[in-house]
Ligand binder design. Structure first.
Ligand code: ZN
Length: 230
């Protein structure tokens, strides 16, 4: 099973992606993580990305897709969740081509629908671990107070792009570049909309129930099994 989690910044994609990864034992490909990893490993592409980002720009689609394909090839038999990818129509089309090239199929695109006011509120409350970048919100706070679950670090900060002015720009960018993907995925019947205004648990239950059903419906071998069996 291969799925895309899709929605505006602050919709809860990262949190839901982690929950699905644990539940279905799928591989998670998060655009932020794969770019950071490339930079950390100082590969030729990583060095290029670091230079681009230092200028406050986003790496080109070609670079992002090249790294994405490398990761996908490694985990292709496991089933993947895409978080933060695609962001543009061009990326969506190229990702379809990459899936086809690797003999994979995209099973569902799940859109987390959350209104702008709620997004701004959520992003203003979000903090990240200074050491590893793990994200926390009032609803998903560290298990031990002020200690990062992932790396045990104790230094937290806010993402500069979560500041109100930056959030406005990100939402504009999303509405302009990413929202058109809704039509694209509606046309190829992959889109499933989930009410992202609910609690983390409720949203997770909605997605898991959707995937359970879509797995039965899309299994081409004619053998009926639920997503939980994979
Ligand atoms: Zn951490």
């Amino acid at each position: 099973m291969n799925i895309i989690l899709f929605g505006p910044p602050g919709a809860g994609k990262g949190t839901q992606a982690r929950l699905l990864k644990e539940h279905f034992h799928m591989a998670l490909i998060s655009s932020g993580d794969i770019l950071r990893d490339e930079v950390k490993r100082k590969t030729p592409l990583g060095i290029q990305i670091e230079e681009t980002m230092a200028l406050g720009q986003f790496p080109s689609d070609d670079i992002i897709l090249k790294i994405f394909k490398e990761y996908l090839e490694k985990v292709r038999y496991q089933g993947v969740i895409l978080d933060g990818l695609p962001r543009t129509l061009n990326q969506a089309q190229k990702i379809d081509e990459i899936f086809e090239e690797l003999g994979l199929e995209l099973d569902a695109v799940i859109q987390l629908a959350v209104d702008d006011e709620e997004l701004i509120k959520r992003l203003s409350e979000r903090i990240i671990c200074k050491t590893c970048g793990a994200t926390y919100t009032p609803e998903v706070s560290p298990k031990k107070k002020d200690v990062c679950d992932k790396c045990s670090g104790g230094d937290f900060t806010r993402r500069p792009d979560d500041e109100p002015e930056a959030v406005k720009t990100r939402l504009q960018l999303y509405n302009e570049k990413t929202k058109p993907l809704i039509d694209y995925y509606l046309k190829n019947h992959k889109l499933q909309v989930v009410d992202g205004m609910k609690s983390v648990k409720e949203v997770n239950a909605q997605i898991e129930s959707l995937l359970g059903k879509s797995q039965v419906l899309t299994d081409k071998s004619g053998c009926l099994y639920s997503a939980q069996d994979i």
